[in-house]
Design a binder for this molecule. Sequence first.
Ligand code: SAH
Length: 352
Amino acid sequence: MTPLAQILVQRIRATGPITLADYMEICLLHPRLGYYTTRDPFGTRGDFTTAPEITQIFGELCGLALAQAWMDQGRPEPFTLAEPGPGRGTLMADMLRAMGAVPGMTQAARVTLVEASPHLRQVQRDRLGDVSHVDHVEALPRQPLFLIANEFFDALPIRQFQRVENGWAERVVGLGQDGLCLGLAPPVDLPRRGQLGDIVEDCPAAPAIIAQIAHRIAAHGGAAIVIDYGGWNGCGDTFQAVRAHRAEHPLASPGEADLTAHVDFAPLAVAAMRSGAMVSRPVPQGDWLLSLGAAARAERLARAGDTGAKEAVRRLTDPSEMGHLFKAMAIWPHGAPPVPGFDALRLHADNA
Ligand code: SAH
């Protein structure tokens, strides 16, 4: 049993089963033993690899898309350049280098990172130098906001409900003979349709965070790009654990595996609209990167001797790899041009 599993067993024994959201939050962010609190999980020797760790092209194109939005909106100065969940700081470093080609932009940027892990904060400072950190998106300054988030929303705690005879029963973590096990809480009413056995997921933090971001963009200008795996009105069990690049049961090694769930972009889009901003539909990552010239950039890097560039772009864009499962969605203010590569989403009133 991992040290964190022992703590969870004691807590459940004392006060009863916990929701998946509590379980996820403790496993990822426990102050001493949490997954992100204690380690740098990225890269081939870590547990998983993210797009910016695969090629610099990813961050460069994200940076240039935000740079175009900044120019389109009259080069506001100063502005917040924010990233929630920046990992090793690679994406921000690549964005800043690309933005350096735009006169005045990096000078006007106040880089602010939203990071819960003290360990990763230090990794980010070592990489990026003088940046500020805040605990929550709520703490971002009220000024023009240009924001990128890659694989941040999938780490936010989710709840799951399973359709049973007389309602929806929340899936909880309790104790069985061999330690932690999944169970069902007494059913409640939910305003959702579903067939017996169906599982639905809810990530209450995600639309709340999007609302904070979209409010700032609507009031002060700016743009946000959110990239993650997931879909639209997602349904089913997507709760997953990954350790050393392999999937394992989410209860197998608390604190030592990455826990995530697919991102449902529909409630995020609704939250952005309700906050008064424009939002795009989620575009497959492959389509978005190729529309911004990823292939031409790989070609240039290959000519300059980067032997891995073309293969890296293939990994990010091929539908059978990361190109289709990952989606990109953008937020921008009414009256401003869309962020490059995105079109405005129009929802029927009954959806919004
Ligand atoms: N964007 C990076 C890393 C993604 S991993 C990349 O693409 O490589 C998720 C990141 O979010 C980590 O930096 C993790 O510490 C951070 N994180 C997870 N939950 C968080 C929370 N609730 N608040 C702030 N940061 C969080």
